[in-house]
Design a protein around this ligand. Structure first.
Ligand code: ADP
Length: 401
């Protein structure tokens, strides 16, 4: 029986999962990747094998399955379709690890309690991440579980990068910059040397541009600054989130516009960003298709690129210069037009776009003697599989499962 790791990434109405071999190979091999979506209604389960071939495409009709039924459905599917696999552990994506967790951790009752105390810091994401942990503890109490955090990679940033200029008591109460997308940044940092050995020790900004978007400044492969702060709302404008906003706008929304805190929060998280500015879509691909003829689509893209240029400048200052810019995430990996616009806006830093290389996806998309820019596909799930294997190996005093 091959021991395998199940990696879970749970959202409000979806459950993404991947299955990795837990063996001794340098990197865990990927066996399946799946998506259970529509968990609040009629759900759809799509599973691909390691080569990307669809091996299951099912509609699961009402009653709505919810996370527990979805998880049991996935476990039953794995049992039925791969009898020679033995589930050895579950690794979870958990958005918030607070100040305490700078690394993945094996979950026991005390850890779960500590993670639950962080729910107020990430009320829209943390509860969904913790739910499958509780379900697995209840249904499969002997199965080891490991939590891997989006915040952890940023924990050894310099103090200055983590502080707001607020009264000290607020900082002590946890109102500080945590940063997110850390699993993506940790993965990119881990593969930089494969692209160019000098990058791993250089001054690098990674742009994770997906539905959520942020930038991270790396020195020697470690995070020294990032654009997201207390929450995943800060920094760049995103698909539906506003990014950095003068805090007084929120007071104005509450006091003068009479929005409730929930209404204001919903607007900033779900009705702003590319969607809010364009009034059309949060989807960059759709906006690109419209941009030549639709000024609203064009304006949303222009603001995204402009803000990205401004935030990039801030991180270059934090690094004292820049050797390379890395594009990743759905937009960073696939949208050559965004990469070109960002690099042209950053010509002041010495970037020289290589149009042909950029159009064909790189990996290197610049030429000339200045700083370089690259396309590096991210792999957050692999990072969770690595972290899970490492934590278990440590706890069981053996190198691998
Ligand atoms: P998430 O943050 O939800 O993981 P992704 O990293 O998949 O999201 O990024 C989703 C974004 O990537 C969407 O805005 C989508 O339009 C964009 N995207 C994906 N493929 C392309 C493409 N070929 N051209 C432009 N944008 C793309």
């Amino acid at each position: 029986m091959t021991p395998v790791l199940l990696v879970l990434n749970a959202g409000s109405s979806s459950l993404k999962f991947q299955v990795f071999e837990a063996g001794e190979a340098e990197d865990p091999g990927r066996l399946f990747r799946g998506l259970f979506e529509g968990l609040d209604g009629s759900a759809r389960l799509l599973i691909r094998d390691g080569a990307g071939v669809v091996v299951a495409d099912e509609t699961v009709e009402a009653p709505a399955p919810g996370h527990e039924a979805a998880l049991l459905h996935v476990a039953a599917w794995l049992r039925a379709n791969s009898r020679d696999l033995r589930l050895a552990a579950v690794g979870h994506r958990v958005v918030h690890g607070g100040r305490a967790y700078a690394e993945p951790v094996q979950v026991d009752a005390a850890v779960l309690e500590a993670l639950e105390r962080l729910v107020p810091l990430a009320p829209l994401h943390q509860p969904h991440n913790l739910e499958p942990i509780r379900i697995v503890r209840r249904r499969f109490p002997d199965l080891p579980q490991v939590a891997c955090f989006d915040t952890a990679f940023h924990r050894d940033q310099p103090e200055m990068a983590q502080l707001f200029a607020l009264p000290h008591a607020m900082t002590e109460a946890g109102v500080r910059r945590y940063g997110f997308h850390g699993l993506s940044y940790a993965y990119v940092a881990s593969v930089l040397a494969e692209y160019d050995p000098t990058l791993a020790a250089g001054r690098v900004v990674v742009a994770h541009l997906g539905n959520g978007a942020s930038l991270c400044a790396l020195r020697d492969g470690r995070s020294v600054a990032t654009t997201m702060g207390f929450s995943a709302l800060d920094g760049l404008p995103m698909g539906t989130r506003c990014g950095s906003l003068d805090a007084s706008v929120v007071f104005y929304m509450l006091r003068e516009m009479k929005l409730s805190p929930q209404e204001a929060e919903r607007m900033l998280y779900t009705q702003s960003g590319l969607l809010g500015v364009s009034g059309l879509s949060n989807d960059m691909r759709k906006l690109r298709a419209l941009a030549a003829t639709d000024p609203d689509a064009r304006r949303a893209i222009d603001l995204f690129v402009y803000r990205m240029g401004r935030e990039l400048g801030s991180l270059v200052a934090a690094l004292g210069g820049i050797d390379a810019l890395i594009f990743t995430g759905g937009i960073g990996e696939n949208d050559a037009a965004t990469r070109a616009e960002v690099l042209r806006a950053a010509a002041w830093a010495g970037f020289e776009l290589d149009e042909a290389a950029n159009a064909s996806g790189g990996p290197r998309v610049t030429r000339g003697p200045g700083p370089t820019a690259w396309v590096v596909p991210t792999d957050e799930e692999l990072m969770i599989a690595r972290g899970t294997r490492e934590v278990l190996g440590r706890s069981q005093r053996q190198p691998a499962l």
